[in-house]
Design a binder for this molecule. Structure first.
Ligand SMILES: C[S@@+](CC[C@H](N)C(=O)[O-])C[C@H]1O[C@@H](n2cnc3c(N)ncnc32)[C@H](O)[C@@H]1O
Length: 406
């Protein structure tokens, strides 16, 4: 069962509980006290103060008075466990999942969906200012997911031997340590994936330490079992819509789809350009990309297997830079600096950067935009991952006007 206090935000007028007296004992692990949450940090933890010390608390909302226990103490901050919500914020709602708080998969089920979107927007704006050095005006409001529960089409289930219960735990990594929490269902997974969870539990792996990937194939796309596809079918139309809008506004005639997977973006944007080429490390994904393009009538493209950083010079040389858009959708670690340097040197007219990791994205965009390289026109966040701290972002970058010669 969840270790969270009973949620109270579902009541129309939750009675305010007077905060317990808070003598603010010396901050030591195990000390208990009451805090007012003044901010939410990136990743979703609330921030309160224990005297001079900033304290991070999960599963709380701004404005709430909460009773906490310190669990970790560092020089400049501490972490605490939530014991009780004394004064709930109006945005607090009842989490749907009985494992919320124990399971590490979701961070925001205690917050209404409109609040999740506002918070993700603020966090992305902050990151783009702090890491990217951009003004906050460049980040558009987050596009909501039409289905904020029951949306995930791929999950990884782990098994771990539990010596206390003398049986297997089959589920996800816990929120507070690396142990596995035993789960029977997942509220953010597609209903068909919950069928697969039940099947996996009914036919458990013979021992602990096993990882099983469960996924639903995307309708109309061929995807090898171990290759990448977007995790949320319900947000695909928005992702594509934003990327197509950027490409149309930029006016490029050629598209280079870098880190192309099974060809998703290149194929979805193929009818906006004369020619396109995709590059991807995963050979099986490239084979599927070719079949996906044929099945979808995208005859003006081709796909190349290889490392982006090695293939990019030749791919960029195929098209005239002033008519080319480069779409980059790298893994969470972002782009290699040499690829970013190459883009700055080759100067394609537009770069569309897609990422599920806004911090590495802000870092990379800062490099692309340094010293008059590119201009960041707009970042549009798309909420591919409701109830969690994650969010997808798409950015439109245009070549900055060349500096006047001496
Ligand atoms: C976030 S996925 C994007 C896939 C695709 N754009 C889509 O929307 O389905 C990142 C992809 O980059 C690929 N990848 C990782 N490192 C790479 C590299 N160095 N060169 C080329 N592709 C790479 C992965 O195999 C994965 O398919």
């Amino acid at each position: 069962m969840s270790s969270l206090p009973p949620p109270s935000g579902a009541q129309p007028e939750p009675p305010a509980v007077a905060p317990a007296p808070n003598p603010m004992a010396d901050p030591v692990v195990g000390a208990r006290g009451t805090l007012t949450i003044v901010d939410i940090a990136f990743g979703g933890e609330g921030v309160g103060r224990w005297g001079e010390l900033a304290v991070f608390v999960p599963f709380v909302l701004v404005g709430e008075d909460v009773e906490v226990e310190l669990v970790e103490l560092k020089k400049r901050f501490a972490r605490a466990r939530l014991l009780r919500v004394l004064r709930p914020a109006p945005e607090r709602v009842t989490p749907r999942c009985r494992y919320f708080g124990d399971c590490g998969g979701c961070q925001y089920q205690h917050m209404d969906y409109a609040m999740q979107l506002r918070m993700k927007h603020k966090q992305i704006r902050d990151l783009f200012q702090r890491i990217g050095g951009f003004t906050e005006a460049v980040v558009a409001p987050v596009i909501p997911c039409p289905q904020p529960y029951g949306y995930r089409n791929r999950i990884m289930i782990r098994s771990q031997w539990d010596k206390f219960k003398q049986g297997l735990n089959i589920g996800f990594i816990r929120a507070d340590n690396r142990l596995v929490v035993d789960i029977e269902d997942c509220q953010i997974a597609e209903p068909a994936l919950n069928e697969q969870i039940r099947h996996t539990r009914a036919h458990p792996p013979p021992k602990g330490g096993i990882k099983v990937v469960l996924r639903i194939p995307p309708p109309g796309w061929e995807v090898p079992h171990d290759s990448f596809f977007q995790n949320n079918f319900h947000s695909l139309a928005d992702l594509v819509g934003v990327a197509r809008g950027f490409l149309q506004a930029g006016g490029a005639r050629f598209l280079v789809d870098v880190y192309c997977g099974v060809g998703f973006f290149g194929i979805e944007m193929a009818n906006l350009v004369e020619r396109f080429v995709g590059v991807e490390l995963d050979q099986l994904a490239i084979k599927s990309a070719r079949r996906n393009a044929a099945a979808r009538g995208a005859a003006n493209g081709e796909f190349v297997t290889g490392r982006a950083e090695e293939q990019l010079p030749a791919l960029l040389a195929r098209f005239s830079a002033d008519a080319t858009c480069v779409l980059i959708d790298p893994p969470r670690t972002g782009c290699l600096p040499e690829s970013l340097a190459l883009l700055r040197a080759t100067r394609p007219r537009q770069i569309i950067y897609v990422s599920c990791h806004p911090a590495t994205m802000a870092r990379d965009l800062n490099l692309l935009c340094a010293e008059g390289g590119y201009e960041l026109v707009l970042v549009v966040p798309v909420d591919n991952f409701p109830q969690t701290q994650h969010v997808e972002c798409i950015a439109d970058l245009r070549l900055a006007p060349a500096a006047p010669g001496p």
